[in-house]
Design a protein around this ligand. Sequence first.
Ligand code: GTP
Ligand code: MG
Length: 213
Amino acid sequence: MASDVGSIPELDQNKYDADEQVKVICLGDSAVGKSNRPQQLSTYALTLYKHTATIGNKTVAVDFWDTAGQERFQSMHPSYYHKAHACIMVFDVQRKITYKNLANWYKELREYRPEIPCCVVANKIDADLKVTQRSFNFGKKQGLPFYFVSAADGTNVVKMFREMIKKAVDYKQNPSDFMDEVMQELENFDLEKNEIHSETDEDGLKAESPDLV
Ligand SMILES: Nc1nc2c(ncn2[C@@H]2O[C@H](COP(=O)(O)OP(=O)(O)OP(=O)(O)O)[C@@H](O)[C@H]2O)c(=O)[nH]1
Ligand SMILES: [Mg+2]
């Protein structure tokens, strides 16, 4: 599924001067289709997909974090959750156990990231379109957005990713978790500091000037 992000027309990998930068993580059992790749040996525990999206008039650099293998232990390393701004939880509509396990993934997510936006994705609907008539209440109970998706034929993938990127940006700019508020304050502070430096440079007062160092 994550590899499909590359086909989003608004995404342009060459834009690096983004206005905002967010981290989005994927959670879910093995083989639900998080990476949408034919079965392969899990050589790397982590794959990072870097993309640039245009949301409104802003360019957003997105780091999509995807796992391979680690989720078989039913738990992720804390660094996976660190500073994530949104989470996409995936299950396979063909395998009930992957739906049941969402509760465990969600519990772990909330231990590390109590407030970030999260959604539930029912993947592989191409295998049996009838499933879209069924209701999967886990997401509803938690008040999470829900998407029927096929990573194989692309149904709803772009829509879901775009909506989650937007939510990630909104969250980053307006965090409801205290530590995240502090992080955002620090980032703004750094930005202001850099602006002051570049203004100073334009005035010809360079940092290497001996009396300023
Ligand atoms: N029919 C169908 N098959 C899919 C879809 N998405 C993924 N698959 C297949 O499901 C299998 C598992 O997909 P992966 O993307 O490797 O699953 P994963 O969740 O990344 O698995 P791990 O990397 O082991 O955690 C592969 O054989 C994919 O081709 C889909 O939307 N429809
Ligand atoms: Mg994978």
